[in-house]
Write a protein that binds this ligand. Structure first.
Ligand SMILES: C[S@@+](CC[C@H](N)C(=O)[O-])C[C@H]1O[C@@H](n2cnc3c(N)ncnc32)[C@H](O)[C@@H]1O
Length: 202
């Protein structure tokens, strides 16, 4: 599935960046939520699955020591050209370029939406490996009443119920700090969760 997602985004990286790669195309509620999270981040952070890199640039401009990573080199090349002051590199969510407990934060903004649901726990565990005690993860995704596939414009994506995602986060070593849901007219339901890495020493 990762290969299918990579190929699909490779073909449409330019189109995606044109349509969705700017902050002006983002909901004000999302900008405020992410900015609020950024205020509490103090240390190295990864924008995991950064796509066009506009959120990476946003975090950078909010004083976060952030690097954007994505498996699609077309996105990374485009982001590096548009935002030369921000670090970007090609990498995968399965093996983030960070040592154990090295990060203060991870933004995963709609980057797990294409992951087959059975593979989501392993990626959350990889996020947990990289985040230090008390560091936080901000996860954005499509909310639904059940885990269900749908025909996303780029490639198959999945709705997740908030309680099930919260359970997966808890199982991976996080505690829920804040959950936000919203339905904008004409848009799919949105959810965002801020989760704190539980202490490594228990
Ligand atoms: C819906 S886009 C979101 C992009 C960006 N975060 C945004 O908000 O516009 C999903 C992104 O996640 C990336 N992605 C999905 N699975 C990945 C994986 N296993 N490793 C690295 N990147 C991945 C895709 O390449 C794509 O850029």
């Amino acid at each position: 599935m990762t290969d299918a997602v990579r190929s699909a985004y490779r073909e449409r990286a330019g189109e995606y960046t044109e349509a969705l790669g700017s902050l002006s195309a983002m909901a004000e509620g999302d900008r405020n939520f992410i900015a609020g999270w950024a205020r509490d981040i103090d240390g190295p952070t990864i924008d995991a699955g950064c796509g066009p890199g506009h959120w990476t640039k946003f975090l950078h401009d909010h004083g976060v020591a952030v690097e954007g990573i994505d498996m699609v080199s077309e996105f990374i090349d485009g982001a590096a050209a548009r935002f030369p002051e921000v670090p970007f590199r090609v990498a995968t969510l399965e093996a983030l370029p960070a040592d154990d407990a090295a990060l203060a934060g991870i933004l995963s903004w709609y980057s797990l939406i294409h992951t087959p649901p059975a593979d989501v726990p392993a990626l959350l565990t990889e996020f947990a490996r990289c985040i230090r005690s008390e560091g936080t993860l901000l996860l954005g995704f499509f909310e639904g009443g059940q885990i269900e596939a749908f025909g996303h414009a780029v490639v198959t994506a999945y709705y997740w119920p908030v309680p099930l995602m919260q359970d997966e986060l808890a199982a991976a070593g996080f505690e829920i700090v804040e959950t936000h849901t919203r339905v904008d007219p004409g848009q799919r339901p949105h959810a965002a969760i801020i989760a704190r890495r539980r202490s490594w020493i228990r």
